[in-house]
Design a protein around this ligand. Sequence first.
Ligand code: URQ
Ligand code: ZN
Ligand code: ZN
Length: 467
Amino acid sequence: MALLIRGGTVVNADRAFRADVLCVGDRIAAVGADLDAPAGAHVVDAGGRYVMPGGIDTHTHMQLPFMGTVTADDFYTGTAAALAGGTTTIMDFVIPDPQQPLMDAFRTWRGWADKSAADYTFHVAVTWWDDTVHADMGVLVREHGVNSFKHFMAYKNAIMADDETLVKSFRRALELGAIPTVHAENGELVYQLQRELLAKGIRGPEAHPLSRPPEVEAEAANRAIAIAGVLGTPVYIVHVSCAESLDAIARARARGQRVYGEALAGHLVIDDSVYRHPDPAHARAYVMSPPFRPPHHQAALWQGLQGGNLHTTATDHCTFCAAQKAAGQDDFTRIPNGCGGVEERMAVVWDAGVNTGRLTPSEFVRVTSTNAAQIFNIYPRKGSVAAGADADLVLWDPLATRTLSAATQHSQGGFNVFEGRTVRGVATHTVAAGKVVYADGELRAERGAGRYVERPAFAAAGAAAFS
Ligand code: URQ
Ligand code: ZN
Ligand code: ZN
């Protein structure tokens, strides 16, 4: 089956140019002027709209068992929502319980993800350590196309990795040519601050940000960067939410250390006033970690993206409905942490990034797709509109507007952190593996059509691999 997208402006991370795009099967066959449509081809008139690489969300949690419940979006509903917003690949997480063999958890998650409507891949979390973890990391890299390992420095008494685990796992990742990633919050500090707030009787959602101030995140970011620096491995810091963590990244990069940072669409446009909403149920819906921050942090994060100290945008899509969040109505530490956004990410980053002049269209492509593909070694298969690449595309109408709302979203979480925000610039068509899966509001996501994306290890082990 051939698909010809005619009359668009192709936008890649390096340039924008008028061109047609011909897809044959699940690959892009040609990009150029005045392409002929093969007999029987499906022709879409781009009408001058942008044709960009399908979005890559480097951070989602579909169907995650967490804090005594399971997220509201499974791998089908979550990837369907992603496609409706122009994201064609998600990077999710295998999160073993402590003492659970990594390979067992990997097989479980692979089974869950089989229903995905879009392509997917997994960062595998290292939540504990012994020789079997060391061995399983090797199997995952060499036989299953895993090239990134996640470390939660938060969530004490659950999935928190202590310094011994961080050091041993970072060193193993380097041996294997894989990149360590971290959730950077000092879990011990969070735990103690939570206890102190509860002891003072401060039990509502307003306590959540008080238990996780920016310094708690920055300490862990600095520590992860220092460990990576000593061991000579790169490091990728997920959901950088505050200026203090960004400063740690900028200092390290200025010294020539290879550190990457990820910003969430939510952290870029939502501030901590949400936790002071008069309705505690509304405030609970915004409980995620790291928390939404005071306004000056959003400005810092945008400067990070513009200045090259933050590299990707993601969502940390981890949705819970109101009833699930109500588990913490008397104790904020029991509110399942997580918010949605997988469908809205690209429109929010375009509206707040491109429409304000912070980002050019090409820089938008870089931070919503290309950098993710390059950092995690799946470029140019992903992250580029070019012959030979996967036929994952999004047609973007920079003039169309949409008001984001739970009433019209495809996610199952029942809440939208961007509720009521009107954005200008939206996906009108999404092409995944050469098929039009979203067109002018009609979602044609196909259960199970998504493929597991293997990510090769980086060439030689050791620092040279990342030069
Ligand atoms: O910490 C994470 O990234 C997962 C558990 C999602 N929840 C969250 O609050 N970010
Ligand atoms: Zn996290
Ligand atoms: Zn996460």
